[in-house]
Design a protein around this ligand. Structure first.
Ligand code: SF4
Length: 449
């Protein structure tokens, strides 16, 4: 959203003929932050290019949720260093996101080619930080205790669907999670600012917004409001036809919020509610703050209010100390709830987390086998959910031309399922009725009617 923050625009000294490239790893919060980074740089006189080797400034917007993601960042930094040496180019490498936040000065010490390390709460200060780097300083800006409340400039990657960050950080301390250390304590944006942003998006033709935060269900505490009130206000905005949100915490998923979901049909009938484990013993060791029975009671209540609601979840297998019985409890829970889909992860050792200090760390093979078992079980369930849609008419927001088959369009149903069908590329950004004709465990095929 360029030009929405005149204060920021005024503070930027334009830089002539400078180019930047951003590589984004990880979650939607990072995608959204990259849009803000791009907006801030463009306001500062930079222009965006399509590859790292054309760029004066390369920003790696990183993720540290799992070890694999973090290692990718280090190998990318190494590749950039080589590129730099071969071309003799003077390029600034900046590392943003969770690895930046987590490693900070250590990242600088580890690799001399990195000139700037900054966290999500320093995005609006980028012009000043880059100015210091250009003056020869190596700069670290990873304070997690501040955040500008107004949205910064943002270059949106899609003209119809927008991410809107409503809060950042987390006050929980799940034993496996780096977020409280990397994103800092929970801070919500003022609801008036969020409503104004979504209203402006609607005026510009956006039809779908996804509200982002580490735990949107605890939104608003610092403003004396809550997520239910925010949803009601956003629901009233003309032009916005679908509202998504992610992610939620079971302990904050309140009756009041469920009642609001039932009253607001523009809020997608899709709930992503991370369970993490079906075993109470493991949930307690994780510090999640609920039991499986309490979780299941919430699912029963929300399903009674919203029949047909698609429920998805996150699960971690192989958490330290997880026994075969604990893992079986997770499989039982998955079977009982019948998730529409799930994201399964092997427990991953993360620096600075409580889980590292727990006993009972499991070997790789056990964790791999458990993950494979879980995913195979869910694949069959997801396939059943998708097959149940064959023959029905579904409402699809057309997102673009299919990547695999350019004769087809792709879009998503309210429940998040991907659908492919033939149609006019001019339909992108509109809602179409599609008759589902085939289903696999990853997508639906249909015919637009
Ligand atoms: S609630 Fe989510 S973001 Fe917060 S500590 Fe737990 S897993 Fe991490």
């Amino acid at each position: 959203m360029r030009g929405t923050n005149p204060k920021l625009a005024l503070s930027v000294t334009p830089v002539q003929n400078k180019t930047f490239y951003i590589r984004t790893y990880g979650c939607q919060m990072n995608e959204s932050d990259s849009e803000r980074i791009a907006g801030t740089l463009i306001d500062g006189g930079y222009s965006m290019v399509a590859s790292a080797d054309e760029a004066d400034l390369v920003v790696l917007n990183t993720c540290s949720i799992r070890e694999g993601a973090e290692n990718k960042v280090y190998s990318d930094i190494g590749r950039l260093r080589l590129l730099q040496r071969e071309a003799g180019a003077t390029r600034t490498v900046a590392v943003a996101g969770c690895v930046a936040q987590q490693e900070g000065p250590a990242l600088m010490a580890r690799d001399r080619s990195v000139g700037l390390v900054f966290g999500s709460r320093a995005i609006s200060r980028l012009p000043e930080l880059i100015g210091r780097v250009e003056a020869g300083e190596r700069v670290t800006a990873i304070d997690i205790h501040t955040r500008p409340d107004a949205p910064d400039s943002q270059v949106r990657g899609d003209p119809h669907r927008a991410w809107v960050t409503v809060m950042e950080g987390c006050d929980n301390h799940c034993a496996f999670c780096v977020v409280p250390a990397t994103r800092g304590p929970e801070v919500s944006r003022h609801p008036d600012g969020v409503v104004a942003e979504v209203r402006e998006l609607a005026e510009r033709g956006y039809v779908e917004v996804t509200l982002l935060g580490q735990n949107v269900t605890s939104y608003g505490k610092n403003h004396g409001t809550d997520f239910a009130d925010l949803l009601r206000r956003l629901h009233a905005i003309d032009g916005i036809r679908r509202i998504r949100y992610t992610t939620s915490h079971p302990k904050d998923f309140s009756d009041r919020l469920m009642d609001t979901l039932a009253d607001c049909p523009k809020v997608a009938r899709h709930l992503h509610l991370p369970l993490q484990s079906g075993s109470d013993r493991v949930l307690a060791r994780m510090g999640r703050g609920y039991t499986y029975a309490a979780y299941r009671a919430k699912i029963e209540r929300v399903r009674s209010l919203l029949p047909g609601l698609a429920i998805t979840t996150d699960l971690i297998v192989g958490f330290p100390g997880e026994t075969e019985a604990d893992f079986s409890a997770t499989l039982d829970a998955v079977r009982e709830i019948g998730y529409f889909n799930l994201y399964g992860f092997k427990y991953s050792r993360r620096p600075g987390t409580l889980a590292l200090t727990l006993d009972g760390h499991l070997d790789d093979d056990t964790r791999d086998q458990r993950l494979a078992t879980l995913l195979a079980m869910q694949k069959a369930t997801t396939l059943r959910h998708y097959q149940a849609l064959v023959g029905s008419l579904v409402n699809v927001l057309v997102e673009g031309v299919s990547k695999r088959n350019t004769a087809r369009l792709s879009g998503r149903l309210e429940n998040g399922a991907l659908a492919h069908f033939e149609g006019d590329p001019g339909w992108v950004g509109s809602f179409r009725q599609v008759r589902v004709t085939q289903a696999s465990a990853s997508a639906l095929i249909g015919v637009a009617v």
